[in-house]
Design a binder for this molecule. Structure first.
Ligand SMILES: *Cc1c(COP(=O)(O)O)cnc(C)c1O
Length: 408
């Protein structure tokens, strides 16, 4: 057998036993073939774009076979995949995914926000589901190629972007309970608008402890499909009670973990006049969000004087000092801070929403009302959201966070 030049080590695992190690082809963006759709869809009016309800014309597909490795990737018209109903993904939910966005900058060029973080997370998620490995630089190169092919789908309005959904799913056929040694990589694009419309209200969340999103040693720190489907029933129950999202708690002490599929932040007034910006630590039950990391980094840079967040300029000859901390907090602490009037703001952070303020927390049959701010967002959430959007949309440069899609 000819050994391909670009190789990965792949451990073939069947029924839980290591059968051997073979050298197979790694994912290779230089082998990409492109088959364009004969009919391009009309692009709907941007105001009809909800989150993920519209798809672009094309998708990228590559398949992994344990004997051959990764197939030559293909960009082709978007459509169904042919998947055997006995496949691992159908039977055992071996699916992982990513969520990132492409934005048009003032120069008219599409860019991605910190995609290296999404790629590293995709590799970790795939590993956690025992799916085949792949070269993440090649996945990123393929994402860029797909965006270039479908670049007319990137909306040209601020707050709008093209959502990128790389998905890897286990396609081994059979009911044997074990790792899937076949997989399909599929990348799709979906144009979307801002979470905040003019009449947007802050998000309301129902704190839930009877069901949990994640647990120590589980999969909560990875973007695996199973984490989401298990939350749909509690989400529907919360929505029936009039709340937008579930605030996921964990443990006997009711630690606050995440809000829906967003990382959660609370802004608390300190006795010394400074401000604490708290979010739970990455202990394996928290999804390591790119937005979360960006919020923490920008808040720290602001307090260190490396940048000044918009609206948080010097006040009373002092800059607003934010103490960004990864530390857990409980519902009991939230109630106490709220009673003492110390909660200034609470918000969720994630790629889809960027920053969404939380206005109300349902808990033990009552509502914990959080401060209401004009326009929905409090000053800290607004400063962070504005700065992150400015970087994403290429109006501000910060580190290497925004990269050009055309830099292949
Ligand atoms: C994706 C996700 C987030 C946000 O991560 P980003 O990288 O900021 O988009 C937060 N929590 C959960 C559970 C998620 O799935």
């Amino acid at each position: 057998m000819r050994i391909p030049p670009n190789m990965a080590l792949w451990k073939t695992v069947g029924n839980g036993t290591l059968e051997g190690i073979s050298r197979v082809a790694d994912l290779d963006a230089s082998k990409l073939t492109i088959t364009l759709s004969k009919t391009l869809k009309p692009i709907p009016h941007h105001e009809t774009m909800m989150f993920g309800n519209i798809m672009s014309d094309h998708m990228l597909v590559a398949e992994f076979d344990p004997e051959i490795g990764w197939s030559s990737p293909e960009i082709k018209p978007r459509g169904p995949l042919s998947i055997d109903p006995a496949s691992s993904c159908v039977q055992y939910g071996t699916t992982v995914f990513e969520g990132m966005k492409a934005y048009i900058g003032p120069d008219g060029e599409p860019r991605l926000f910190r995609p290296d973080m999404n790629m590293a997370r995709l590799a970790r998620s795939a590993e956690r589901m025992a799916l085949p490995p792949f070269n993440t630089d090649q996945v990123l190169a393929l994402i860029k190629q797909l965006i270039i092919v479908d670049r007319r789908w990137i909306p040209l309005f601020s707050g709008y972007s093209l959502y990128v959904r790389p998905t890897i799913t286990g396609t081994q056929i059979g009911f044997s309970v074990g790792a899937s040694d076949h997989a399909t990589l599929c990348i799709m694009l979906s144009p979307g608008g801002p979470y905040f419309r003019s009449n947007a209200k802050p998000t309301s969340v129902l704190a839930v402890s009877e069901t949990v999103r994640a647990w120590p040693g589980g999969t909560g720190g990875h973007k695996v499909a199973l984490n989401y489907s298990a939350g749909f029933l509690p989400l529907r129950a919360a929505q029936k009670q009039g709340y937008d999202q579930v605030l996921w708690l964990l443990g006997d002490d009711m630690k606050v973990t995440e809000a829906g599929a967003m990382n959660v932040f609370v802004v608390v007034a300190r006795d010394d006049g400074d401000i604490d910006l708290l979010t739970p630590p990455l202990d394996g039950t928290i999804l390591p969000g790119v937005t979360r990391d960006s919020v923490l980094a920008l808040a720290k840079a602001h307090t260190a004087g490396e940048t000044t967040l918009p609206g948080l300029e010097i006040q009373n000859s002092q800059r607003v000092r934010l103490h960004a901390q990864e530390r857990s907090f409980t519902m009991a602490e939230m109630v106490q801070w709220s009673t003492e009037g110390k909660i200034l703001e609470a918000f969720g952070a994630g790629t889809a929403v960027v920053i969404a303020s939380i206005g109300k927390i349902g808990w033990k049959g009552e509502d914990l009302d959080l401060p209401v701010h004009e326009g929905g967002l409090g000053p800290i959430a607004k400063a962070l959201r504005t700065r992150i959007l400015d970087i994403q949309e290429g109006r501000e440069i910060w580190k290497n966070w925004s990269i050009l899609v055309t830099d292949l």
